[in-house]
Write a protein that binds this ligand. Sequence first.
Ligand SMILES: CC(C)(COP(=O)(O)OP(=O)(O)OC[C@H]1O[C@@H](n2cnc3c(N)ncnc32)[C@H](O)[C@@H]1OP(=O)(O)O)[C@@H](O)C(=O)NCCC(=O)NCCS
Length: 223
Amino acid sequence: MTFGSPESTIVQEDTMIENGVIADNLNPSHISLKVCPPSSEAYRAIVPQLATLLKSCIDANITMNFIQPFSIEDASAFWLSAEENVVQKKQFVIIAQESSEDEADDNDSRHEQHVQRGPPVILGCVILYLAQLPNAKHRAEVGKLIVGREHRKRGIGKMLVDRMEDEARKHGRKILVLDTETGSGAELFYERVGYSKAGVIPDATLAPDGKQYTSYTYFYKRL
Ligand SMILES: CC(C)(COP(=O)(O)OP(=O)(O)OC[C@H]1O[C@@H](n2cnc3c(N)ncnc32)[C@H](O)[C@@H]1OP(=O)(O)O)[C@@H](O)C(=O)NCCC(=O)NCCS
């Protein structure tokens, strides 16, 4: 399965080995980062996995625009609704996935064993929204950064952010902005990967359980 142009595929094996952050059960040579055009058949094939990632966050009461009840169909509808903006190159979905066998072979000649693999497993995702206002063509927004629970704290979130930043640069963006729930693990993550806090908006939104207000911390990073 392929997404985007061949040059959009980056296998970050060296980075992962150097950092020593990938657990033994994830073979670094079988992970790749890709930019997906949601108009493609390939993108639609992974929408169920993207939907599962999003729903798992809402079910864990992580603030991410939606409130309960939130079904897997609602989550799928969100990802499919991205299609028009992506076709128009207003936003990009970047994924971390287990590479196909061919890609893994291409990227790691040291693999001696032939391993049968199923369809690629999506490990995480992030969306890059290119600002469209006439006075903001140098800016982009980051959203829906999600790493599957079982794959967290292994460097995949940082890899997604690095790849997303490369894509932003490619499109002439010089500053990235995002908001995330105040006091959350994601807030600590963004600080760790070099984002600066701009401020907090108290009680900005409702948590997915619809019971409590949560505050947003705004971050930015100059590229
Ligand atoms: C936030 C999230 C994407 C981080 O992904 P990840 O793959 O676990 O992050 P990484 O392993 O790349 O971590 C990079 C750095 O951030 C730190 N970090 C990651 N999660 C952290 C947490 N919950 N608390 C404190 N630090 C954290 C790591 O320790 C690492 O620091 P180091 O460089 O000193 O080792 C992931 O926890 C997630 O999907 N959370 C649920 C969804 C969410 O909240 N998304 C953000 C919405 S805006």
